[in-house]
Design a protein around this ligand. Structure first.
Ligand SMILES: Cc1ncc(COP(=O)(O)O)c(C=O)c1O
Length: 376
């Protein structure tokens, strides 16, 4: 029997919605998860199904430390790590433990739109800091620090969602210095850090935890499967102690232990690393296809910087274009995009659009861009 493949926000058949920011069914590795699960269950101790230590399953944290040490080319220890149910859950936890209702948080302009909702749940106020080709604009950050005292800065340092760019290493160092000078935390959402297609990105904030200012959020959603609901926080022991005092963590603890066992297996036997290689080769081809199609159809209409990792292109149109007004027409023409305004903390970015190259193969990407052009 054919399985019907649907997911939250699935477009009608025939539509190529380049607004979707998630992998295609072909890139979700059932075989890998099946063999890792089988290997875990074949030798599992019943106690591995019990509650576990609240920071996370110790075997998983050890394997993760090894995996990150290799990936970051810098030693990472299990003591710096806390197991989460993904970056979204980590954002919620960090908002609970490091901010109070009414506090201000600095976000990037543009910013990952669903983070706004998490921060709103905690009654936090936003101040948007612009980003440019080199990432977070440090001059603007400094100016904002003259006017506001943020609980934390939320940043997506590598292969930004939606902007695509990475904050340079020099700027990252400056931002850490500013965090010490002005006494705020950096919540670095590093979910795209390992998805580089041409060259290594600047070192992760996870390598800067000695500053005692950094909470680096990682996730298996982009490098394995969002449905695993598994990720981590890497930080200094003083900040991790505060997370360990959380009520939800203490009551349930060891968040998502079964997924952690499965992913531990995939890290240990090398299948996760091999899968990431496949993703990188595939996404690079799709990125190139999107770039070529944009050059063909959008050169006279929009500007963009070709991304070198992650999932996204960010297009900017003339000031009088409002991309949100094109959504219905896009639906009629069986295509789609994510309008820029949802990524703004200050009702801006109407003349921008985010396009994702992760969800469709090269042919569909070319056809989707061709259809998008007919909207103008
Ligand atoms: C910047 C960013 N943070 C967090 C998430 C969600 O991550 P997770 O699935 O680990 O909760 C996404 C997914 O699109 C994202 O792009």
């Amino acid at each position: 029997m054919n399985k019907v493949v649907t997911f939250d926000g699935a477009p009608p058949p025939g539509t190529i919605n380049l607004g979707l920011g998630q992998p295609s069914a072909e890139l979700l590795p059932i075989d890998l998860v099946q063999s890792a699960s089988n290997a875990f269950l074949a030798s599992a101790d019943p106690l591995s199904l019990n509650y576990g230590p609240i920071a996370g399953d110790p075997g998983f944290l050890d394997s993760l430390a090894g995996f990150l040490s290799n990936s970051y080319n810098t030693p990472v220890t299990a003591a710096e790590l806390f197991e989460t149910s993904g970056s979204s859950q980590a954002l919620d936890l960090v908002s609970t433990m490091f901010a109070r209702p009414g506090d201000t948080v600095f976000v990037e302009e543009p910013c990952y739109f669903l983070a706004f909702q998490v921060f709103r749940d905690h009654h936090l106020n936003f101040v948007g800091i612009p980003i440019d080709e080199d990432g977070l604009n440090v001059t603007a950050l400094r100016e904002a620090l003259g006017k506001h005292k943020p609980a934390f800065l939320y940043t997506i340092p590598s292969f930004h969602n939606p902007g695509g760019q990475s904050t340079s290493a020099a700027r990252r160092r400056e931002i850490v210095e500013l965090a010490a000078e002005y006494d705020f935390l950096i919540v670095a959402d590093e979910v795209y850090q390992l998805l580089n297609y041409y060259a290594e990105p600047p070192p992760a904030y996870g390598t800067m935890t000695a500053s005692e200012r950094v909470l680096s959020l990682g996730s298996f959603s982009k490098i394995l499967a969002p449905g695993m609901r598994l990720g981590w926080i890497q930080s200094s022991s003083s900040l991790l102690q505060r997370i360990l005092a959380n009520g939800f963590v203490n009551s349930g603890g060891c968040l998502n232990r079964i997924s952690a066992h499965i992913v531990q297996q995939a890290m240990d036997d090398g299948t996760l690393a091999a899968h990431i290689d496949v993703l990188k080769r595939t996404y690079r081809r799709q990125l190139e296809a999107m770039h070529d199609a944009l050059l063909e159809h959008f050169s006279d209409l929009a500007t963009w910087t070709k991304p070198v990792g992650g999932f996204f292109f960010w297009l900017t149109f003339a000031r009088d274009v409002d991309t949100s007004q094109l959504r219905d027409l896009a639906r009629d023409r069986e295509t789609g995009f994510q309008g820029g305004a949802v990524f703004s903390s200050q009702d801006g970015l109407h003349n921008s659009m985010r396009l994702c190259f992760a969800h469709y193969d090269e042919d569909d990407i070319r056809e989707g861009i061709r259809r998008l052009r007919t909207l103008f």
